[in-house]
Design a protein around this ligand. Structure first.
Ligand code: AMP
Ligand code: FE
Ligand code: FE
Ligand code: ZN
Length: 300
């Protein structure tokens, strides 16, 4: 099955608008697509509008991938229909940063909206501190300049990476993370208060969604800690785990699938697509072996 349950848009740090992501999903004939922006649901309304309106007269994104263009192949003449899942990816914190995905959330839920507003404010506050930090590194940056990259979207480190690259401080966005945005000193100077994963799970449930541990293979702590984390989160109501993540090795896929079985969690399958400019190494869409489809957290 072709699907992608983990994608980012211009509502956070992705390159493509929600409409463009819908077009890409149709072009690739994905069966399921979730948009999961960092700490925001602001892209969902546009995605839903695109789903019902089709894709006429939008920005040309034909340079992506094969360069074949973005013709709408979802007309009534073929039975194909994309199943869209409104989602979110919430940054949370325990001993390390943990990302919790929410699927099937009601993007108009009051509690969710008010939390997203808090997350947005906290990201703006951190963004100002990141500017201060970068100025101590002799980077001439002002907050409005980087804010312009994010537009109305959720401000994140990739926007700073873009600034550093475009202003010649680094050659690649990866280098921006290595030299400036992912050092111990950076984190000490710029950390912000985040919810716990348990709080994120509760918030997602209250908004009618299912909660999934994102990319467990990126966790830095050891296996014993990870297993106790997953146990705790399962007890807090976690519904699934992103066993099939683009960057996971076969060994990791097997390992997290076994853990999911042990804790009676569903599977999820996503790429973490941000667009080729933001994350050149992550292509759009995943292919999942049919034998695992029944265990996915999707609603049929
Ligand atoms: P933030 O939520 O603002 O702390 O930014 C986190 C985002 O930065 C992630 O979702 C990725 O999109 C990106 N990111 C984190 N680490 C790296 C890295 N080493 N190289 C490239 N992008 C990264
Ligand atoms: Fe991101
Ligand atoms: Fe993530
Ligand atoms: Zn992500």
């Amino acid at each position: 099955m072709k699907l992608d349950l983990h994608t980012h848009t211009t509502a956070s740090d992705g390159q493509y608008t929600p409409s463009e992501i819908i077009m890409l999903a149709r072009k690739k004939k994905l069966e399921y697509l979730a948009i999961t922006d960092h700490d925001t649901v602001d892209g969902i309304a546009e995605a839903k509008a695109e789903l019902s309106a089709g894709n006429i007269g939008k920005r040309d994104v034909s340079n992506y991938g094969t360069g074949e263009g973005f013709g709408d192949e979802s007309g009534p003449e073929n039975a194909y229909r994309l199943q869209f899942i409104p989602g979110i990816e919430i940054s949370t914190q325990l001993e390390e940063e943990i990302h919790i995905l929410g699927f099937y959330i009601d993007e108009n839920n009051d509690a969710l909206q008010s939390k997203c507003k808090e997350f947005m404010d906290s990201r703006i506050n951190r963004g100002q501190r990141i500017c201060d930090f970068l100025r101590t590194k002799r980077v001439e940056i002002t907050f409005p300049e980087v804010e312009a990259y994010a537009g109305q979207g959720s401000l994140g480190r990739p926007h700073f990476a873009q600034f550093l690259q475009e202003h010649g401080y680094v050659k690649s966005r990866q280098e921006a993370f290595e030299r400036y945005l992912n050092t111990r000193e950076f984190h000490e100077a710029t950390d912000r208060i985040k919810p716990t994963p348990q709080e994120a799970i509760e918030l997602i449930h209250r908004a009618g969604g299912v909660a999934v541990l994102a990319h467990p293979g990126l966790l830095k702590m050891g296996k014993r800690w990870q297993e106790s984390l997953i146990k705790q989160l399962a007890e807090a109501g976690l519904d699934g785990m992103e066993c099939f993540y683009h960057k996971h090795t076969q060994k990791q896929r097997n390992y997290y699938r076994r853990l999911a079985e042990d804790f009676r969690l569903g599977y999820s399958c996503g790429s973490d697509f941000h667009g080729e400019k933001v994350k050149p190494e992550v292509p759009f869409g995943m292919e999942l072996d049919e034998q695992y489809v029944d265990k996915l957290v999707i609603r049929k």
